[in-house]
Design a protein around this ligand. Sequence first.
Ligand code: HSE
Length: 432
Amino acid sequence: MRTVNVGLVGFGNIGSALAETLQRDAARLERSSGVPLKLVRVADRNRGRNRRSLRDPGILTTDISKVVRDPGIDVVVELIGGVPDARRIVMGSLAAGKHVVTANKHLLSEHGGEIVRAAARRHLLVGFEAAVCGGVPLIKALREGLIANRIRHVLGILNGTTNFILTRMSETGMDYADALAEAGRLGFAEPDPRLDVDGWDTAHKASVLAWLIFGQTLPSSRFRVEGIRSISREDMTAAERLGCRIKLIAVLSEEKGRLWLGVHPALVPSVHPLADVRNEFNAVYLEGDLTGPLLFYGRGAGKKPTVSAVISDLVDIGAHILRGERTVIGSVPAVSIRGLSDPGEFKTEYYLRWKVADEPGMIGRITACLGKAGVNIASVTGAPSGTGLGRVEIVTGLSREGQVLKAVKAADRIPGVRSKGRLLRFERGLVG
Ligand code: HSE
């Protein structure tokens, strides 16, 4: 039987782990799937890097076109990351009639539509299981296992680095900067960790999910994205007092044909399943109309989980090639979308905090701003610090974001208010 020939572009940590696993496990994979995968060429600009992980170092080249253009290669795995070069490799491979596997969520978020159209025109497959939630087989579940469902609400912890940082801050009292340095040492962070901490890596993954679930190829620039840089020890203490943990959450939600897409640090009640997702783990909590709530959980970052996902795509594509199929399963979104929701219409409960002069009337003046904007208050706490300063904390009832922001802006201008209002959103959704 013919082999399914794999070309790899990018021979860093993940690329070399993929090569090692394929070399070691090819026979076992063939026995269990019937697909004989063979790594036939590896391209990396740095010739020396990870050379020793190859049984036959002769397959290593610095010339990427030797992978993209080789007619003997069936599938190209793109693991170089970044966008412009990765796009050239993926589009070039498709143009040369090759199937593609990529872990590149940033690329898919910005050019997913173009890539998928190019693949469909040529009856080729693009596998991207590794792009979202690493080793958790979420993409396959969405494309296959959940195909019968209408999915309207998704909450995700999609970034291991930020979840690790928030866990360390909350459980050990560690500072943000120290926790980030530790995540970097452990190898979860992106080469540019700003992608992690500013929420963009989460947004890229959410945009891939939005495409699969709602059929919308929306670049992450269309999302409202807030990261975790501003999370302080004070926020952590407040979360604990409120019986919550702070998590960087992606929210994808459809209501009456309008889509809400956002990424923000949220107060998640400790009884919520997402509150227990610790360290570099990822989780996606979604609701299918037939299945009800589902929770996917596992390692979203690191080389072994990524290799697991890439190989699952390779086996699927290999089986497709060997069967000689030309039909390509894409996403079949069951919900039709008319547009994006206005961010001001986002509805949740809010935690607000100000530093204030410790004087009579401060709570009254601040709560008056909320009342005037039509924001219902659930609780108010005032705490003097003994230094002439105090803290006012408010939890609102279910409110529209536009009204809350208006109230916060007005309260920020009150004489005696000494800090801009701190705002955190609660996320209580989908429980039960
Ligand atoms: N930097 C990413 C994370 C790696 O921390 O989740 C996986 O995409």
